[in-house]
Design a protein around this ligand. Structure first.
Ligand SMILES: Cc1cc2nc3c(=O)[nH]c(=O)nc-3n(C[C@H](O)[C@H](O)[C@H](O)COP(=O)(O)O)c2cc1C
Length: 258
């Protein structure tokens, strides 16, 4: 098993997987390690859905925008904010059920996300690979339907899991100076912003241009730098307004907006 810092520092998202299944013993070990994460009031208001059934993964594929990892990885993990379980316990103990509001969703989301990252690290320490999928949140209404989630349960984050069949280069990260502020927020000058994003711009454009599909998309849309790729191709204002509406609609349906 890898040393702790080796695991942290060698993380890369894995999008290609071997057919080899993940043994139950390993799966249970990493899930159990994940649930040791800190938790608000130690309520653990989250659930982890482990999907290995091929038909279910096929059904989930469109909700995950047809990302190949969904069906190629042997396991798909969906981490949900979950106050359903706790509310049942409250009801059985003559306690007010509460936890049907936005704050509760946020608390459940934070706990679910912390647990997910711990599971991810435990998985990587075991030689497994993962790739988070933002589509878990963007399509949370449809995923809730497919996974038969009751009220007060909402998918927040998810990732594919399996033995890696690729070893991609480590992706760039911003320097620590760009991210860490001493004592109070130290605002950036224009020059600092140029310096901070220089490597990302160069690496990012090189990466996008080496992928034929993305290269074609970049040419079609006429964008000419990474900032424009992020905002005019990948994360447009229109798409994010639509996803915001979808997420709020899911929260409403699942009873988190009282
Ligand atoms: C919340 C979240 C959602 C993500 N969604 C996707 C996704 O839908 N598809 C994908 O291929 N990668 C996804 N990623 C992976 C990121 O693209 C990846 O972490 C980032 O490019 C850095 O690369 P690295 O993980 O290999 O270091 C997601 C990561 C996070 C944290």
């Amino acid at each position: 098993m890898k040393l702790f810092y080796d695991t942290l520092l060698s993380h890369r998202s894995i999008r290609k997987y071997k057919k080899r299944p993940v043994p139950d013993r390993i799966l249970n070990k990493i899930l159990s390690a994940g649930t040791r994460a800190s938790s608000s009031g130690n309520m653990q208001p989250y659930s982890i859905i482990v999907t290995t059934d091929e038909k279910l993964k096929e059904e989930l594929l469109p909700a995950h925008f047809n990302q190949s990892m969904v069906t190629e990885a042997p396991v798909l993990l969906t981490f949900c904010a979950d106050f359903h379980r706790m509310r049942m316990w409250l009801e059985q103990n003559d306690a007010p059920e509460n936890f049907d509001n936005f704050m509760s969703f946020m608390i459940g989301s934070i706990d679910a996300t912390l647990a997910s990252q711990n599971v991810a690290l435990a998985a990587e320490a075991e030689g497994l690979g993962i790739c988070f999928m933002g589509t878990t949140l963007a399509s949370n209404k449809e995923i809730s339907r497919i996974l038969k989630l009751p009220k007060h349960v909402v998918p927040v984050v998810g990732f594919s899991l399996g033995y890696p069949d690729e070893m991609p280069e480590l992706r760039d990260r911003l320097n620590l100076e760009a991210i860490v502020h001493k004592d109070i927020y130290q605002d950036y000058s224009r020059e600092e912003i140029t310096k901070i994003y220089k490597e990302k711009e160069e690496e990012g454009m090189k990466r996008y241009k080496s992928n034929p599909d993305l290269k074609e998309m970049i040419q079609k849309t006429g964008v000419n730098n990474l900032a424009q790729v992020y905002t005019k191709v990948k994360y447009t204002k229109e798409s994010h307004i639509k996803y915001s509406e979808d997420v709020f609609s899911c929260l409403e349906k699942q009873g988190f907006l009282n």
